[in-house]
Design a protein. Structure first.
Length: 471
């Protein structure tokens, strides 16, 4: 783990978004710290890759046990640094544990293929890349960091994790737990720091073989450009503007009651948030009648309170950004606390407030704001669903299985749910279409994404037959 006590650099203040109080101060890494971390990582990776697969799997499971034994501590850290409600924070820590267990199960099953060819035996071998840089966001600091870290380690790589400037505490604690579990020193390091300093140094470092980035499309494009210059492997999970399509034949009450938390979870700071609610015109008024009180009754407040459903936004800058999208006095609103903290109430804008081409309906707000728009028929629903540069996730509500299959095939998104808002499962692949990203994370192929495929041909022909062929 990075020895934060020995860094002679500028500090990062970590604020509690619910109170605006400084809860911790950590030094920010410099490009020189990145250089030193890569040297340590390369040395540790060589030892790690040479270890027996069973030994690597055993250590990853010990890491998972260590996370589980410290789950409440990790969850409380997430509440303080990210403002997540305590129930969500516990799930996030548990997701890290589960990802490590899942990845450990793949270590001894990461195998190549034997391909039939004439004149010999042909096999493929999956080899680790080396050092992987993971740049994690602030909206889900623990689980998204683990999405890249767990399979990369399982595939035999070293990992350098650069957490978001606002949320480094859980990452630093995870690195300590990795060492306590017995992972080699230098194998999993955490470098808190500014994106344009430590993050940029990680992206540009010739000793880093792959970058895994989750964040805005704007920054993702910049990273992609820098990786292209070095032909560096890259996975991008970027923005979203996901549709929630409700057809007239659906269970409208169930769809309406599920709609608020489909975009209010984590205060709307979720790239999979269903922030465009598209409802067939014949049931639009009924849907609105049910969803209004559901939004108004969402409990917003102290994230550490078990009854709280929605906490604050991450920062004042994010609060101002969200405010800029909502016209004064417009929409349906819940309540939010007054006083310190970055609070914004649950908000739903109707067609009277924002049309389908308005910024709030097409751009990623990343806050507790959604738009409710009517559509006429299936073709109109698909047109509206695809009328965005993003394509990460979405939901389809219908009782018609044929319609569910047709619309799933037509909506341009990487992760769709029917009569559900579930987007992320560590058992299944996750990623986006269009400007929502590049590559896939999670699922059964996660480890392979952190390997190179080497092809080896072994001739079985005798020396005499070879000489005869050459003659």
């Amino acid at each position: 783990m990075l020895d934060v006590q020995n860094l002679d650099v500028q500090n990062l203040d970590v604020l509690n978004p619910a109170t605006e109080e400084v809860v911790a101060t950590v030094p920010a890494a410099t490009p020189q710290d990145v250089d030193a971390a890569v040297v340590r990582a390369r040395a540790a990776q060589a030892t790690w890759a040479a270890a027996a697969p069973a030994d690597r799997a055993r250590l990853l499971r010990r890491f998972a046990v260590a996370v589980d034994e410290n789950l409440e501590e990790l969850a409380q850290l997430e509440v303080r640094e990210a403002g997540h409600v305590i129930g969500n924070a516990r799930w996030e820590a548990g997701n890290v544990r589960d990802l490590l267990d899942f990845a450990a199960g793949g270590v001894e099953r990461l195998s190549g293929r034997q391909i039939p060819v004439p004149g010999g035996l042909n096999v493929t071998i999956l080899e680790p890349l080396g050092v992987v840089g993971v740049i994690a966001p602030w909206n889900f600091p623990m689980p998204i960091a683990a999405w890249g870290t767990a399979p990369a380690l399982a595939a035999g790589n070293a990992v350098i994790l650069k957490p978001a400037e606002t949320t480094p505490l859980t990452a630093l604690r995870l690195a300590e737990l990795a060492l306590e579990a017995g992972l080699p020193d230098g194998l999993f390091q955490v470098l808190p720091g500014a994106g344009d300093v430590a993050g940029n140094a990680l992206v540009e470092h010739p000793g880093v073989a792959k970058i895994v980035f989750t964040g805005s499309t704007r920054v993702g494009k910049q990273i992609m450009t820098k990786c292209a210059d070095r032909v560096k492997r890259l996975t991008l999970e970027l923005g979203g503007k996901s549709p929630n399509i409700v057809f007239a034949d659906a269970d409208v009450e169930a769809a309406a009651l599920a709609a608020p938390m489909a975009y209010l979870d984590n205060s709307g700071q979720d790239c999979c948030a269903r922030t465009r609610i598209l409802v067939q015109r014949s049931v639009y008024d009924r849907f609105l009648e049910i969803v209004r009180p559901a939004i108004e009754s969402v409990v917003v407040g102290d994230p550490s309170d078990e009854k709280t459903q929605m906490g604050p936004l991450i920062s004042r800058a994010q609060l101002e950004r969200v405010r800029s999208y909502v016209p004064s006095g417009a929409g349906i609103h819940g309540t939010a606390p007054e006083g310190p903290g970055f609070w914004f109430p649950p908000t739903l804008l109707t067609e009277a407030d924002a049309g389908p081409e308005s910024p709030v309906a097409t751009e990623e707000v990343f806050g507790p704001v959604a738009v409710l728009l009517p559509f006429d028929d299936e073709a109109d629903a698909i047109r509206l669903a695809n009328a965005t540069e993003y394509g990460l996730s979405g939901s389809i509500w219908t009782r018609d299985v044929s319609r569910a299959l047709r619309v799933s095939g037509a909506v341009q998104a990487g992760n769709l749910s029917v009569n559900s808002h579930s987007s992320v499962r560590y058992w299944t692949p996750f990623g986006g279409y269009k400007q929502s990203g590049l590559g896939r994370e999670l699922g059964p192929d996660a480890l392979a994404a952190f390997t190179e495929t080497k092809n080896v041909f072994i001739s079985t022909e005798s020396a005499e037959s070879t000489e005869s062929t050459e003659a």
